[in-house]
Design a protein around this ligand. Structure first.
Ligand SMILES: Nc1ncnc2c1ncn2[C@@H]1O[C@H](COP(=O)(O)OP(=O)(O)OP(=O)(O)O)[C@@H](O)[C@H]1O
Ligand SMILES: O=P(O)(O)OC[C@H]1O[C@](O)(CO)[C@@H](O)[C@@H]1O
Ligand SMILES: [Mg+2]
Length: 948
């Protein structure tokens, strides 16, 4: 049993398997690290340092109707009488007595017996060592390890924000000079190529981040066309308020175009002159592969363009010297997702959302008439939209430019697969054709070609649906708002960072991480994809798309061949693998079960579903093998088809569970769920010495809207949740705006995790968000109310001025949503109204989002692959667990699959549970989204006084 005393835990129980071991451990604690032993129980020993930490929790409950001033006065009296300081919240943990363990650490060095101390990577002011029983013993130098309120840190000056908020469009286009008050740079943003949902969010982020950093922000209207035309009509300075409401608006408000003139050198020459005239010294281009190719060319040509302008006296020598280097940066905005070196382009997932919704609708009518539908989707020369839609809607067949075959082959293959699906009883057929679909002879394949084949060869009643520009319409999904916002902020940072010697950057995303890539490289690789296709080198084309693309394609092919092709594994390698859902429903749970089952079938494994969680198993032996036809369509439904509940193995009957594992001879287990699933995996792993049935590979696929599973930055369901919440917030904001002078306090779920509240505030443009990690500090509340008043007084009577405040349910138990709204209302002195809105379980979402569907497929298939690989490894250790000292290697076979920065990783449950989790709070120790909170606040001009 290992209970670390890291983070202020001052008590440790010792359990040893023999007297000898226990004596060794006692010696270690008493003689080596100098702790005192206590015995309160006959068979248990407790250890603590003499001056053990005493923590008390004080809660001040404000009576309804108390003003903020009265509450603060009350709190201050308490603070004085208790003689504590730094207590700014209504509820907090205060350490009244504490002896610094730092002394202990230094004294360790003086003992004769060496103690091996290791640094704690998560917390730099902590070290740990391992006692003879294998317990982790941690030491901290933190002065107050139990305090939840860190020292006040002002991140930005309030004056700066206020002056920014007050600024209106300034017509004076003063050039960037070095005088103290002048802005650092004049940064312009343009949107170009086909419009894409999220472009507005990108413009908003660039404008506000530029102003926040003391720069002037400009918009180039109508893409490159605006640059070619020039002048104040096309190059406009933007104020903080000009982009209000942009987050929820589709298309691009600053206009876009496909501009022929910019393709010519003459067009670029005049553009160069116009940029200089406007005093722009940094340009951010949000567009697709074409736009960024243009940007790259512009950058490469800039020295010759500016030279020519000087030689022809179009610009002065001073201008020539000031604007010698074009400071340019790309943020990729296109629904096509065809730009190399980034996993996703702004708009692609919104478009995928429109496509999946349309196919979900088509499904119903196709099923009713037992028809086939050929759906043509956009994407120009890229098959990403078609491929992802194929996975998300479990289409029967897809045709994409990256994997063409001869005219004869694709027809043959499609008819075989569709024919087999029909023979198995499927009533509907969906074939998705990318608009760029071609044969291996580069002949285009149209939707009508596909229809003709289905009609002639299979006699299917077939219809064609071309989705067209619907795919580019509407508001951006949550992912695109996040991507566009984070990329916009990063782009501003990037143009301020670059020097004449650094390559122009493109802002990309890898898994979950925003990164900078060289623009020139990205353009080069993108071009070579097109060249490879033209040269019929399709393997190369595929390899040049990002690695996720080919992974998704092989996953689609595997799932699609389930249960009718010869399985890919030899008989002796085929296994019995079970899947179970644990915890609250989360979007993507069904998709995970679907992908798991079909992939297992394609490999030759037998997939089993354990229905209704561990309680279902232990009480009703709820095990069923999966049937292909039964799971058809599960991808597109919300909730959990196999049933889920929160009970862990120990909550039910772990012995019975082991019995059934034994009975069904499971060779592997996939658990899909949130924190209870995490705890369940821990319990099963710990029970391995007792129950050999659990000595099988086990993988947790994180799925919870709270996104609080240690070991991953992403849990299935959190995207679906964010989208539901975003739609809810948009509607509430619309109402608040229409009513004028109204704010809403919206209560957000998420347990002790502020992830959902933080991201929802980023994508809805909320004025403030309160999360459990920070609590609600009174001075923060005071400051937020002050900003709210100021914002309302500036916005008076204007449109789009509704305000939102998001509050995690657990941010404060005392300051409930109602109380918070009451305080704000009474502080408003009648200048604005405050109402509450509680979306509740709507946040679990209805239909799973395409992101959750496709990620679920990827996670589930990776989980099966992990079980295949770990089984071999485990075989060697099958009996090793009878000897406790040998059990180390096996712990890696019970793992959490997660996204960590830019990688997908399997992390051992032992490492995660023992070192990286705050079990009591049901949270990972490390909060990966702290920076996002800063950005969400920056972009609404909020001054945050408390950090998580
Ligand atoms: N090779 C190039 N040289 C100069 N300018 C270019 C070049 N390619 C594209 N552009 C400019 O970028 C504009 C947009 O390009 P394009 O129409 O290919 O769209 P895109 O940026 O790829 O976006 P999307 O594909 O999403 O519509 C073009 O109209 C043109 O002004
Ligand atoms: O809107 P337009 O100019 O007709 O262009 C359509 C093209 O633009 C895109 O929507 C975005 O590049 C492509 O998928 C499609 O081929
Ligand atoms: Mg393009």
């Amino acid at each position: 049993m290992a209970i670390p005393i890291v983070n202020g835990t001052s008590c440790l129980s010792l359990y040893a398997s023999s007297k000898e071991l226990l004596d060794q451990a006692i010696n270690f604690y008493t003689n080596i690290i100098g702790l005192t032993l206590h015995s309160e129980d006959e068979d248990k020993l407790y250890l603590s340092n003499d001056d053990s930490t005493l923590a008390v929790k004080l809660v001040l409950s404000p009576k309804k109707g108390l003003s903020l001033d009265e509450i603060i006065t009350k709190r201050d009296t308490l603070i004085k009488s208790l003689n504590v300081h730094d207590w700014r919240s209504l509820e907090t943990t205060i350490v009244l007595k504490y002896t610094e363990l730092v002394n202990l650490i230094s004294s360790l060095k003086t003992f004769n017996q060496p103690v091996q101390l290791s640094p704690n990577e998560l917390f730099p002011n902590e070290v740990y060592t391992i006692d003879p029983l294998g317990n982790i013993v941690g030491f901290t130098t933190s002065e107050n390890p139990l305090a939840v309120v860190p020292p006040i840190e002002k991140f930005i000056s309030e004056e700066h924000i206020l002056s920014t908020l007050m600024s209106t469009t300034v017509s004076d286009r003063s050039r960037n000079d070095d005088s103290e008050n002048s802005p650092k740079r004049n940064i312009a943003i343009m949107t170009s190529g086909g419009d894409a949902p999220g472009m507005n969010a990108n413009v908003r982020a660039v404008v506000r981040a530029a102003i926040y950093r003391g720069c002037k922000a400009f918009a180039i209207m109508e893409g490159y066309e605006g640059l070619v035309r020039g002048g104040p009509q096309y190059i406009k300075e933007m104020s903080w308020h000009d982009v209000r409401g942009y987050l929820s608006e589709g298309g691009t408000n600053i206009g876009t175009a496909r501009c022929m003139a910019f393709r010519e050198r003459a067009g670029r020459l005049i553009s160069c002159k116009h940029l200089i005239e406007a005093g722009i010294n940094a340009l951010i281009v949000c567009g697709g592969d074409g736009s960024l190719t243009g940007a790259d060319l512009f950058r490469a040509e800039w020295p010759s363009l500016i030279q020519e302008l000087k030689d022809t006296n179009e610009i002065s020598l001073e201008d020539f010297n000031t604007y010698k280097h074009l400071n340019i940066c790309g943020t990729v905005g296109s629904i096509d997702n065809d730009m190399a070196t980034t996993d996703a382009t702004i708009g692609a997932y919104s478009s995928l959302d429109r496509i999946c919704r349309a196919i979900d609708y088509i499904d119903a009518t196709a099923n009713s008439h037992s028809r086939a539908f050929v759906v043509e989707v956009m994407g120009r020369h890229c098959g990403w939209l078609a491929l992802m839609a194929g996975i998300a809607t479990s289409a029967d067949y897809i045709l994409i430019p990256e994997k063409p075959s001869s005219s004869k082959d694709w027809q043959e293959q499609m008819c075989t697969i569709v024919g087999k699906h029909r023979a198995k009883g499927k009533r509907k057929t969906i074939v998705i054709v990318a608009e760029g679909a071609i044969t291996s002879d580069l002949q285009p394949i149209s939707a009508n070609d596909v229809k003709d084949v289905l009609v002639k060869r299979l006699g299917l009643d077939t219809r064609v649906t071309t989705l067209g520009h619907v795919q580019r319409g509407g508001t951006a999904v949550a992912f695109d708002r996040i991507l566009a916002t984070l990329q916009g902020v990063e782009a501003v940072k990037a143009v301020l960072d670059v020097t004449p010697d650094t390559p122009s950057p493109l802002i990309a995303i890898e898994e979950n991480k925003i990164v900078r890539k060289p623009l020139v490289e990205a353009v080069k690789i993108t071009k070579s994809v097109a060249e490879a296709i033209q040269n019929k080198d399709f393997e190369k084309a595929m390899s040049l798309r990002d690695s996720e693309f080919s992974e998704h394609l092989s996953n689609f092919i595997a799932m699609n061949s389930a249960n009718h092709n010869e399985p890919t594994l030899p008989l002796e390698k085929r296994k019995k693998i079970a899947i179970i859902n644990i915890g609250a429903p989360a979007g993507g749970m069904n998709s995970a079960v679907y992908a798991f089952s079909t992939y297992c079938m394609s490999r030759g494994h037998t997939p089993y579903a354990i229905h209704n969680g561990f309680a279902g198993l232990s009480r009703h032996e709820s095990v069923r093998s999966m049937d292909w036809l039964e799971i058809e369509g599960w991808n597109s439904v919300g909730g959990s088809e196999i049933g889920t509940n929160r009970q862990t193995p120990q909550d039910t009957d772990i012995g019975m569970i082991a019995h059934y594992f034994e009975k069904y001879q499971f060779d592997g287990l996939v658990i899909v769920g949130g924190f209870e699933a995490f705890v369940s995996l821990d319990q099963l792993e710990k029970a391995r010495p007792m129950y050999p049935a659990f000595r099988i590979p086990m993988v947790l696929i994180p799925a919870t809207i709270s996104n609080n599973v240690p070991g991953t930055e992403y849990s299935l369901g959190s995207d679906t949740c964010l989208n539901s919440l975003m739609e809810y917030c948009d509607v509430v904001k619309l109402s608040a705006s229409a009513t004028r002078d109204r704010a809403f306090v919206i209560e957000v779920q998420g347990g002790n995790s502020g992830y959902i509240a933080t991201y929802a505030s980023l994508i809805s443009g909320a004025q403030a968000s309160y999360v459990p990690e920070e609590g609600i500090a009174l001075d923060q509340l005071e400051s937020d109310i002050k900003s709210l008043k100021e914002a309302f007084s500036i916005d008076r009577g204007l449109s789009k001025s509704g305000k939102l405040i998001l509050k995690s349910t657990n941010a404060s138990k005392v300051l409930t949503t109602e109380v918070l709204a009451d305080i704000m209302k009474s502080e408003s002195n009648g200048e604005f109204d405050v109402k509450t809105a509680i979306p509740g379980h709507v946040q679990q979402g209805g239909l799973p989002s395409p992101i959750d569907r496709t990620r679920a497929a990827r996670f589930a298939i990776k989980a099966v692959q992990f079980i295949e690989a770990a089984s071999d490894e485990l075989l060697e250790f099958k009996y090793a667990l009878d000897f406790p000292t040998d059990n180390k290697t096996i712990t890696g076979t019970a793992a959490v699959l997660g996204v960590k920065s830019s990688h997908l990783k399997f992390r051992s449950i032992r490492q995660l549970y023992d070192f990286e989790t705050e079990i009591g709070r049901r949270m990972p120790k490390n909060i990966h989204w702290a920076k996002t909170r800063d950005i969400a606040d920056q972009l609404v001009g909020r001054t945050r006084l408390v950090k998580p």
